[in-house]
Design a protein around this ligand. Structure first.
Ligand SMILES: [Fe+2]
Length: 212
């Protein structure tokens, strides 16, 4: 029986073949990039507040800021970014002056991500003026919304406010309860928009009743 032997010749190198790089299937949006960056910072052992703000604070600020934007307008992308970044200064370098340290970090990071300069300026203003002590400096609707959304988020994190009273301020139960109640009342009193009060009124009234 005859056999046919097929010989396959494979060249040792094919240096001229160039496979073009595949385009990325998904282009990550700027808000996702910011969230990933903030989560990385919260996970670091150097985070001044640990990981908890990433779970119990920032998502609520984002939720309320977008809810307010539905009613009041404002740049939703800027609001989402500012919600995730407004306390980055506190995470990275501690609470003192965290509005200014945070604005600087946000500028560096957003520039690195290629975010437009004029939008970076809007985010920076939201961060610089988000603290209760800065509410007279808020000009844009985005700054006002971030200030209110930051305050509203407290009503979804009562355990966190008690933790601050017990752990960071070392208060006893009676003093902690009084302190939490007063803090939440101040947050309510400082809300800028009627829409904010409308959103949070049931929780505010329930908490005031429980902590009487
Ligand atoms: Fe905050």
């Amino acid at each position: 029986m005859n056999r046919t032997v097929l010989k396959t010749v494979i060249p040792a190198t094919v240096s001229w073949v160039r496979i073009p790089p595949l385009p990325p299937l998904i282009t990550m949006d700027i808000v996702t990039k910011v969230k990933i960056y903030v989560e990385e910072e919260c996970k670091k052992p150097t985070s001044h507040y640990g990981y908890e703000p990433f779970v119990y604070h920032f998502p609520f600020v984002a939720k309320y800021s977008l809810e307010l934007a539905d009613k009041l307008g404002g740049d939703r992308e800027v609001l989402a970014i500012a919600s995730w970044l407004h306390d980055i200064g506190a995470i990275v370098s501690g609470r003192e002056n965290h509005h200014t340290t945070g604005a600087k970090i946000a500028e560096e990071k957003l520039t690195e991500f290629g975010y437009p300069k004029e939008k970076i300026e809007l985010v920076k203003k939201c961060i610089l003026n988000h603290r209760g002590s800065q509410n007279n400096n808020r000009i844009s609707v985005e700054e006002q919304i971030i200030g209110d959304a930051d305050a509203l988020s407290n009503f979804d994190n009562i355990s966190g406010i008690f933790k601050a009273a017990f752990v960071y301020e070392s208060l006893d139960q009676e003093k902690a309860q009084k302190s939490v109640r007063e803090k939440l009342k101040r947050k309510w009193d400082k809300l800028h928009f009627e829409e904010s009060k409308k959103i949070i009124r049931p929780k505010y009234e329930a908490i005031m009743l429980l902590l009487k």
